[in-house]
Design a protein around this ligand. Structure first.
Ligand code: MN
Length: 248
């Protein structure tokens, strides 16, 4: 009986995680972070060595049936013949290198892109963006891999990107986009939106005058507050509603 109960509980936990992953896909699409490309994943809630990610599909139309399970090396766990994302190695490499991370998003949000190309730091300028952290490093695939198709399509490239990310919450990919990581899907959505909004605000502020960024102490205190349970729940409920869901 105990094992049956355990199995049912495990199934419930996985079901809740997969539902949240589908909703996170739809939210990131609705909020304009992810467009026809880009993706978001979650670590398996019961196995540190696995993660869940949609098959190669635009996040706006991802549903439960699209979700696949992968090893951290990016191998499909089932014999599902459908194609995975070429850039899934971003997710596995980060889950390997960062035991504290349980959710990863990769996107090409346009306001972020200029900061991947010029020497202008993407530091938090307003309180809601404090969650991106004090330092958002830029990873340039050219440094280690030369001329490529610009996709992070091998574990070697994924680990290189993960090294650039270090212990941070976000990193930029030169001429390509960004990655955001967090302890759960709600937080990775908050960081992704904060990164995009902060990038846009720096650009509009620079048109008026020099930027005053948040101090490192403000970033630390404000992000610790925002990544707490109450703000995450409140923000998530708002995004869920905007994405067209109710009663979840
Ligand atoms: Mn990409």
């Amino acid at each position: 009986m105990v094992s049956v109960t355990q199995t049912e509980r495990d199934r419930d936990i996985i079901h809740a995680t997969l539902t949240q992953l589908v909703v996170a896909n739809r939210i990131l699409a609705r909020e304009g972070i992810i467009d026809n490309f880009g993706h978001v994943s979650v670590r398996h809630p019961l196995r540190d060595d696995r993660y869940f990610l949609s098959r190669s599909r635009s996040p706006e139309i991802v549903s439960r049936d699209d979700i696949m399970e992968f090893t951290l090396d990016g191998e499909k766990v089932s014999d599902d013949p459908r194609s995975p994302y070429a850039e899934r190695h971003i997710h596995g490499a980060i889950y390997k290198d960062r035991p504290d991370v349980n959710a990863v998003a990769h996107h090409h949000a346009r306001p972020v892109l200029p900061f991947t190309m010029v020497n202008q730091p993407l530091k938090p300028i307003f309180h809601m963006a404090s969650v991106i952290g004090t330092n958002v490093p830029v990873w340039d695939s050219q440094d280690e891999f030369g001329d490529t198709n610009m996709l992070v399509d091998s574990m070697e490239m994924g680990h290189s990107l993960a090294r650039a990310l270090g212990g941070g919450r976000a990193a930029l990919l030169r001429g390509h986009g960004a990655i955001c990581v967090a302890q759960d899907l709600r937080a990775v959505v908050m960081i992704s939106i904060g990164l995009r909004d902060n990038a846009a605000l720096i650009q509009s502020t620079l048109a008026l005058g020099p930027v005053k960024y948040l101090s490192d102490g403000e970033i630390e205190k404000t992000s610790a507050m925002l990544l707490g349970e109450m703000p995450l729940r409140r923000a998530w409920d708002y995004w869920v509603a905007r994405a067209g869901y109710s009663g979840l």
